[in-house]
Design a protein around this ligand. Structure first.
Ligand code: NDP
Length: 293
């Protein structure tokens, strides 16, 4: 029989997680701070719990997905903590590595098995082939619940250090927000001439899809620690190009604030003597400095 699952937190994402387990035939108990969110799920077959402690006591596996860690720790009061003893808490709340590690320490002190996780999906893509989930924590805890967690999406176990799922989740989101910034800046530029974003969108999508190869090309250059040989599109050329983005934006009456820090970084790298190098060399200015020796 399918493992009973408890979902704590029924926002847009927690609701999608609960629906995925219901669809897969798992007995699913739900709890949310505001009781209003529970009704629709109960109508779809979920079990109502009267308190977070009751919800936790319903089964071996508890999945928490609330706004942030302070919200999580508000929920995890003494009675909930006691009810969690001997069970597994999988925390899919977005946070930083330090919060994940501190929560793992807290769980260990209270006899709670703990996995920290990150959701690489949006509510409608949960439990579809596009969804993947990052987890970190003990191998045996992940292995015990792997089949159940696979209901939600592909399981990626990133190691036993509980902070590593959060770190890599945030790294993926960092890439995404850089892309969001670029998309919005591009739309603002075409909009300044009255071009509908909808008509420009297919071309932008095509260009970004083609340029996604940069992920692998940059990774190769960074891993080879070589930014100055065999460069086809020099940083100096690209810095001149980025100056044009900003100037065109200004002349079109568009806010160019988002471009300024990138341009400043490029200029610094050129001033350091790497104008004939590659754009991936900007990594050297961003990274945590290597300690010599
Ligand atoms: P919502 O804003 O839709 O829901 C927030 C949830 O947190 C609600 O259940 C809310 O309860 C609860 N909450 C907030 N503050 C408290 C508190 N102080 N005490 C108790 N409960 C609290 O957010 P989402 O469901 O979209 O996101 C939840 C998590 O999932 C976040 O960490 C988010 O980063 C992550 N995530 C979301 C994605 C998405 O596309 N939505 C994608 C990937 C990750 P109440 O109903 O009572 O307000």
């Amino acid at each position: 029989p399918a493992t009973p699952v408890t979902i704590i937190g029924l926002g847009a994402m927690g609701t999608a997680l609960a629906d995925a387990f219901l669809a897969a035939g798992h007995p699913t108990t739900v709890w949310n701070r505001s009781p209003g969110r529970v009704e629709a799920l109960v109508a779809r077959g979920a079990r109502r719990a009267n308190s977070a402690a009751d919800a936790v006591a319903a089964g071996p596996l508890v999945i928490a997905c609330v706004l942030d860690y302070p919200a999580l720790h508000e929920i995890l009061d003494a009675s909930v903590t006691e009810a969690l003893r001997g069970r597994t808490l999988v925390n899919l709340t977005n946070g930083i590595p330090g919060q994940a590690r501190a929560t793992a320490d807290w769980a260990r002190e209270h006899g709670i098995e703990y996995l920290d996780g990150g959701i690489m999906a949006i509510p409608p893509t949960v439990a579809t082939p596009g969804a993947f989930f990052l987890y970190s924590g003990p191998d045996e805890v992940l292995d015990a619940h792997r089949a159940t967690l696979e209901v939600l999406g592909e399981v990626h176990h990133l190691g036993t250090d509980p902070g590593l799922a959060a770190l890599q989740d945030l790294a993926l989101l960092t890439g995404m927000y850089g892309m969001f910034a670029g998309i919005l800046q591009a739309f603002a530029l075409v909009d300044s001439e009255g071009i509908p974003t909808k008509s420009f969108a297919p071309m932008l999508r095509r260009w970004l899809t083609d340029m996604a190869i940069s992920v692998d090309l940059f990774a190769q250059r960074i891993d080879a620690d070589d930014h100055d040989t065999g460069v086809m599109n020099t940083l100096a050329m690209q810095t001149t190009g980025v100056a044009n983005l900003a100037q065109a934006g200004r002349e079109q009456g568009v806010d160019v604030e988002l471009l300024a820090p990138l341009y400043a970084l490029m200029q610094r790298r050129v001033a350091d003597g790497h104008g004939q190098g590659d754009v991936a060399g900007l990594f050297e200015l961003i990274r945590r400095p290597r300690v010599a020796g």
